[in-house]
Design a protein around this ligand. Structure first.
Ligand SMILES: [Zn+2]
Length: 225
């Protein structure tokens, strides 16, 4: 099922869960991240969540940490590249953390174009372009993770750059995702995630204007591979 913008805006549900037959069921909850901003959200072990591009051509930086470890155990692109022997996760693949354990599993993916080689865009990147005060993914992640103990952009880890089409380190504005496209993950631990709607709007990236994306938590696991 594709989440269209209309279905997102009309599904302003709140998280809700009940115990039944010793299994936890949750209702989907949708949070729309405004273009160029970030969002932190918690996901329990076994639960699914989606990152949905609402307008198209919007990259989303995703980072994640195991909640009980402060910010020590975290999603690692280096460990993931090592296990995948590459840089593009397929449906069913795991994303690994920095103690060599799987952390997330890709359950569904309508795009299949992502990047795990680039860092988050960061304040100095824009300052070198002569732009002061431009929002950045590193700044967004540091901002939304501050309540969890993050102390500035130097604490930001390398992200999975969802929907980012930059093969072989090419920095060209190559389109990938269309409105309603999404990637769905299953959490293998109790985690906290940070997602940044990439503010990089120079030279046609992100369609030339950072636009909204949606995070849908509590996605039913019936689509499991
Ligand atoms: Zn960015």
């Amino acid at each position: 099922m594709l989440y269209t913008e209309n279905s997102i805006s009309s599904s302003s549900t709140n998280a809700c869960s009940t115990q039944h037959d010793n299994e936890e069921f949750s209702m989907p909850a949708t949070h729309v991240i405004p273009g160029a901003h970030g969002y932190a959200f918690e996901v329990k072990k076994g639960m699914h969540f989606r990152v949905v591009d609402l307008k198209g051509e919007q990259c989303v930086d995703l980072a994640a940490w195991v909640q009980a470890t402060g910010l020590r155990e975290k999603l690692s692109m280096a460990y993931t590249r090592y296990h995948l022997h590459g840089t593009t996760p397929a449906v069913g693949d795991y994303l690994w953390k920095n103690n060599d354990e799987p952390m997330l599993q890709v359950i569904d993916d309508t795009v299949k174009v992502h990047d795990m080689t680039f860092m988050s865009c960061f304040p100095k990147m824009y300052e070198k372009e002569g732009i002061k005060g431009h929002r950045s993914c590193a700044g967004n992640i540091a901002e939304v993770m501050e309540p969890y103990g993050m102390n500035g952009v130097l604490d930001v880890t390398d992200p999975l750059n969802i929907f980012q089409n930059t093969p072989n380190y090419s920095l060209k504005p190559l389109g990938s995702s269309k409105p309603g496209d999404y990637i769905q993950f299953r959490a293998l631990k109790d985690i906290v995630c940070a997602a940044s709607c990439c503010p990089y709007d120079l030279r046609g990236f992100n369609g030339g204007k950072s636009t909204d994306v949606a995070i849908v938590t509590g996605v039913p696991a019936t689509d499991s591979i």
